[in-house]
Each structure stands twice: as structure tokens, then as C-alpha cells.
Design a protein around this ligand. Structure first.
Ligand SMILES: Cc1cc2nc3c(=O)[nH]c(=O)nc-3n(C[C@H](O)[C@H](O)[C@H](O)COP(=O)(O)OP(=O)(O)OC[C@H]3O[C@@H](n4cnc5c(N)ncnc54)[C@H](O)[C@@H]3O)c2cc1C
Length: 461
């Protein structure tokens, strides 16, 4: 049967099951689901917005029967092609966005997967609590997407990433069964840790329909936010080394280079100093004096300490907006996400500069310096094959450098379709060949029919 007839048959049957209002198939509505936020593309055949776990189960059964791949999707803000697939049924999970329970004794929240991290934190703040992981996309990204990506964020230097905060998930498996992995307990070591298989599973093992997340009280101590500049990148890695050997853990430690600040100035029509390096830090007030002294000893320029929450939020927005600002500088961007051991960060900075010079590319750099997870954004011209080839060569050098120094090709953005070959390279060169074999077997056990976001991630490595 021709593809168009097959897709209209599928759509017709889905409308019968879910009703017109939950099924989107017009070219204009599908267009919104065609790309992720790094412009990886794949046109779905239809998009469903399930309102309940029971609907997700029915959809999975339907997809299995009809042998059509499924891609669960939150906000589509991921950056590696994980959330897009040509010809797939996409499940937009954002209708399932309720907070089901906030438990102030056991310190957890029970949520549906479609709520955004910011909306969750707005509610928690009213009760004096918060959920720490905060990707710079927290204003849109969903709990389900952040779990499935194993996301990090700005506060992760102190609090860790999603894997440290998820204690239980309910999942619709590819065979249509519903499973709970983990339990909402402070301590629990019953059985293999299937919960953490779901964290970072990139929509390839099942669909998360509910989660229990740990929460903690808002910090009792006053946190001060500051912005400072340096005339060279080396000072940034030296500052980190010094803070760590002084046993100081900032609550946030973010880096922006000159090109990133220039892009922000242009995008936001602001006028920040375009210094070689800008640092954004959150520090406990009692440590402020000591930290300022360390910054000065490494040649910090002006140090601006936010006077109030409003000013602190403006500083935060610089870092939150920077990807969109640099993305608007070119038709193509390869956003890099390698993570290196902190004591190799200085070398990594030098490598990025030398790669940019070698290929004649603009590579604005920003990110989570305090985690050794700084993002070079490799800009290129999508319509110029030579420019694209250079960008890919630069990206490969950066990944191979990270593998070579014992780092990872992804600190938080994941693999998707972007980094399948480098997942293999990293695991093979870091004694993980057997681990990769087991991962591939695990995918087959969970998804023998190959309907969940197929051909990507572990399967493609
Ligand atoms: C401006 C910007 C800043 C960013 N900053 C950061 C950052 O600081 N740290 C960071 O880690 N990432 C960052 N990201 C990447 C991205 O925002 C995160 O990975 C985010 O957590 C993805 O959430 P989402 O809801 O958009 O997921 P999507 O992009 O919709 O999906 C991501 C993956 O999760 C799967 N998925 C989605 N929902 C479910 C579900 N319910 N069940 C099972 N699988 C599911 C999808 O199939 C896909 O594989 C940034 C992106 C942008 C655009």
C-alpha cells in the first residue's frame, strides 16, 4: 500500500480510538514536531497527545500491532535528534502535567511526566522546597524528557543531575505492560536498579508516565550570585582548581566566552562587557569574601554581586538564553557537550581554541565549567558543504580529545543520532566493550519488536 494510504489508514484508526482532538496529522501541525532544538529533523506520520496512562498503553498496543515506531516527546528541546523520527507516531506527553502529591515528610513529589521543571519549582517554592536539577531549558523542558535525557543543569555542580533525584518511575513498556521501577523511599536496594536504566534511556526502552522525585528545602543560608570577568580562559580553570583545593563548592559555576556575550548583547539588546571570559557563580554568603579573594588572585576584573532576586535572575537569564543567542548567529550549529576531568579543563579550553583556529570556524563556548562540561557551539553554514565538513571535523577532534583524556562524549545532552559512533568509541576505549554488548541486549529484552525510538542511541552504536 502506498505510504500516504498507509498513513491515512493509521490516522483514521487513531482518531477512532482517541478522538479528533487528541490526534494531529495536518502538515502544519506536524511541522511543530519535525525538529528538535538543534534542528535534527524527522517528520512524524501523526502526533497523539495522550491524557492518561491508559491511553499511552492503548497507543503502544496499536503501534506494536501496526509495526509503527513510537517516539515519546516532551518539549522537544533536546539537541541530538533523540526526539525526532521520520514516519513515527509521536506522543506529546505535555497533557499529562499534574503534580499528584507533594510529600513534606518523606520529601518527594509525585508528578506526571509532562510538567515543566520551572512549573514544578514554582509550586514547590510555595512550600519552601525545590527540585535542584535545572537544565538551562527548564522553562520548557519536561520531567519526562529530563529523566529520559538524564539531564544536568546549572546547579548540578553542587546537587548532581537527574539520576541523583529520581526515586521511582512508572513506565509503559513496549509490550504494553505497565511497570514501576524504584519506590518512593529514602533507602531501597531490592533488586537490580532498573530505575536508573530509565534515566538517560532517551525514549528507547519505554514511556515514563509518572515519577517520584526527591525534593529538598530551599537553602537556609543566603546564596549570593555574582558575575565577573577575566582577560584569559586559563584564569577560569585555575580559579576552579583553587576553589576546589580550598574545599569550596559553588552552588553554580558557569562560563561564557567573549563571542557568547557578544551574541547575548545582540539578541537581548544589552551592553555587557565583552571580556575574554565571564563567570557566573552562586556562593554561600559566608564564603563570599574568601571566593572574591580567590577570584581577584586570578586577575578577575569587575565583580558584580547581585543586590536582589531580580538582579540575580537577570544574570541567570544570560546563561539560560545563551544557546538561543549563539544559534541565531549562523544557519547551522553543532552544540558540543563533552565532559572532561576537571584537572584537564585548561587543556580542553586550549584545544577548543586551536580547533577553531585550525578550521577557521567561529566556536562560541559556554556552559557548566564547574562540572568540566563546557559547550563549544560550532557554527557553520548549512548550505555550504565545505563549512559543514569543517564543523564535523572540529566536532570529531573535540570528542576524540575528551575520550583521550578520560572524559565523556556527553555530559548531559545524550547520544540520540548525533553521537552513536562516539558512544562506541568511548566505551571501547574505556573498557566498556562488554558494557555496550549488554546495553544492546537490554534494548532487545525491553523492545523485541523494535518500536521504541528505533535505530538510535545504543542500538546504533
Ligand atoms: C536553550 C537550551 C538549553 C539547554 N540546557 C541544558 C542543560 O543545561 N542541561 C541539559 O542537560 N540539557 C540542556 N538542554 C537540552 C534539553 O533541554 C534537555 O535534554 C531536556 O531535559 C529535554 O527535555 P524535553 O522535555 O524537551 O525532552 P524532549 O526533547 O522532548 O525529549 C528528549 C528525549 O526524551 C524522550 N522522552 C521525552 N518524554 C519522555 C517520556 N515521558 N518517557 C520516555 N521518554 C521520553 C524523548 O523520546 C527523547 O529521546 C538544553 C536545550 C536548550 C534548547
Amino acid at each position: 500500500m502506498p505510504a500516504t494510504q498507509t498513513s491515512s489508514r493509521l490516522v483514521g484508526e487513531l482518531v477512532k480510538i482517541f478522538g479528533e482532538s487528541s490526534v494531529m496529522s495536518s502538515p502544519s501541525s506536524l511541522e511543530d514536531y519535525r525538529r528538535d532544538m538543534a534542528d535534527y529533523e524527522g517528520m512524524p506520520v501523526v502526533v497523539i497527545k495522550p491524557a492518561s496512562e491508559a491511553e499511552v498503553v492503548r497507543l503502544v498496543q496499536f503501534a506494536t500491532k501496526n509495526r509503527v515506531p513510537i517516539v515519546p516527546r516532551g518539549a522537544g528541546s533536546s539537541l541530538t535528534g533523540a526526539a525526532v523520527l521520520e514516519g513515527a507516531i509521536v506522543l506529546d506527553m505535555r497533557k499529562m502535567s499534574k503534580i499528584l502529591k507533594v510529600d513534606l515528610v518523606n520529601w518527594y513529589v509525585q508528578v506526571q511526566p509532562g510538567i515543566s521543571l520551572d512549573d514544578l519549582n514554582v509550586e514547590l517554592k510555595k512550600k519552601g522546597f525545590f527540585f535542584p536539577p535545572d537544565p538551562a531549558s527548564s522553562y520548557i523542558c519536561t520531567v519526562g524528557g529530563a529523566i529520559a535525557e538524564g539531564s544536568g543543569g546549572m546547579r548540578c555542580v553542587k546537587y548532581g543531575t537527574m539520576k541523583d533525584w529520581v526515586i521511582s518511575v512508572r513506565v509503559v513498556l513496549p509490550n504494553g505492560e505497565v511497570a514501576r521501577f524504584g519506590e518512593p523511599l529514602a533507602k531501597n536496594r531490592a533488586g537490580y536498579d532498573l530505575l536508573h536504566l530509565m534515566v538517560g534511556s532517551e525514549g528507547t526502552l519505554g514511556i515514563i508516565t509518572e515519577a517520584h522525585l526527591k525534593i529538598i528545602p530551599l537553602p537556609a543560608e543566603t546564596i549570593r550570585r555574582l558575575l565577573t570577568t577575566f582577560s584569559e580562559w586559563e584564569a577560569v580553570s585555575n580559579t576552579i582548581n583553587d576553589l576546589r583545593t580550598s574545599r569550596i563548592m559553588p552552588n553554580l559555576f558557569e562560563f561564557l566566552d567573549r563571542e557568547s556575550i557578544a551574541a547575548l548583547n545582540q539578541k537581548l539588546e544589552q551592553n555587557h562587557e565583552e571580556a575574554e571570559a565571564t563567570l557566573l557563580l552562586d556562593i554561600e554568603e559566608q564564603l563570599l569574601e574568601k571566593v572574591v579573594a580567590i577570584l581577584r588572585s586570578h586577575g578577575a576584573g569587575k565583580i558584580t554581586i547581585a543586590r536582589d532576586e531580580e538582579e540575580a535572575e537577570k544574570m541567570y537569564q544570560l546563561r539560560a538564553m545563551v544557546y538561543l543567542a549563539v544559534k541565531s548567529l549562523a544557519s547551522g550549529v553543532q552544540v558540543e557537550d563533552v565532559a572532561v576531568p576537571l584537572d584537564r579543563l585548561g587543556e580542553y579550553f586550549k584545544l577548543v581554541k586551536s580547533v577553531a583556529a585550525k578550521y577557521g570556524l567561529k566556536i562560541p563556548v559556554n556552559g557548566h565549567a564547574g562540572d568540566g562540561n563546557v559547550h563549544p557551539n560550532i557554527l557553520y553554514d548549512r548550505d555550504d558543504p565545505a563549512s559543514r565538513t569543517k564543523a564535523m571535523a572540529a566536532y570529531e577532534e573535540i570528542c576524540r580529545f575528551a575520550i583521550g583524556v578520560g572524559g565523556s562524549v556527553t555530559g548531559e545532552h545524550g547520544i540520540g543520532i548525533q553521537k552513536m559512533k562516539f558512544l562506541r568509541e568511548q566505551l571501547v576505549s574505556h573498557e566498556g566493550k562488554e558494557a555496550l554488548r549488554l546495553m544492546k541486549e537490554i534494548k532487545k529484552i525491553f523492545d523485541p519488536e523494535g518500536i521504541m525510538n528505533p535505530g538510535k542511541y545504543v542500538e546504533g552504536a
